[in-house]
Design a protein around this ligand. Sequence first.
Ligand code: DC
Length: 240
Amino acid sequence: MPERRIVIAVDGFSSCGKSTFARLLAARLGYIFIDTGAMYRAVTLYGIEHGAVRGGAIDRDRLVGMLDDIAIAFRFNAARGASDIYVNGVCVEDRIRGIEVSEAVSRVSRIPEVRAKLVALQQRMGAEKGVVMDGRDIGTVVFPDAELKLYMTADPKIRAHRRYLELQERGEEVSEAEIERNIRERDEADLHREISPLRKAPDAIELDNSRMTLEEQMAWIEPILAERIHAAGGGDKNGK
Ligand code: DC
C-alpha cells in the first residue's frame, strides 16, 4: 500500500510539553515539525527591531504595514536535530525566546492581519501533509480537517514546577509561585482572547500529561497513530 502521510495538529496550553512531544512525534514518523508559536514570535521580533513594537506599546498600523516585508521559513539544523526559524534569510532562533518578545507576543498574535498571514503560510507548509504542527488554533482554524488532533493539558502546578526546574538548570532564579501565576495568566489570555482562542476541537483527543513521562506519552500515542494512518489509507504495520 502506498505510504499515506497525515496532518497532526497539537494544540494546548503553554509550558505543557507540547513542542517536545510534537517534535519527537515528527521525528518518529519522519514528518516535518512546525512550531507556530515561533512564527508569532518571529513577527514580534521583526516589529521590535523595526520600531513597531516598543516596550508595552504596539503601533498596530505600522506593524500591519510591514507584514509583506517579512518572509518566514524553517530550515533544518543538523547540529541541533531540529528546525531553526529564519526571517528574510536570517536565523532568529536564538532571539525569539527572550523576555522582550515573550512579553509582546500575545498582543501581536491578537492582530487579525498577523493571524491571516501566518495561518495562510501554515496551510501552505502543511499542504503536502506529513507535518506535526503545534499551536493554539491548528485543529480548529488552520487544519480543521487534520487526520489527528491532540489537545494537550497539564496541571498548572506541575507545569510551573517543570518550568522552575528548567530555569534553575539555566541558572535563572525565579520563584515557583511567580511562574505559576504567569502560567495561569497566559492560560487566561489564550482562552479568552477574541480571535482564535485556544479551545479543544470537538474531534480532538485530550492528553493530560500531568503524571506522564515523555516515554509514556509516546507509548500512549502509538496505537492512535497506527489507527489514524491506516484509516487515511496507508502505512505499514509500524504506522510509517
Ligand atoms: O507557544 P508559544 O508560547 O511559543 O507561543 C507564543 C505566542 O503565540 C503565545 O502568546 C500564543 C501565540 N500563538 C497563537 O496565538 N497561535 C498559535 N497557533 C501559536 C501561538
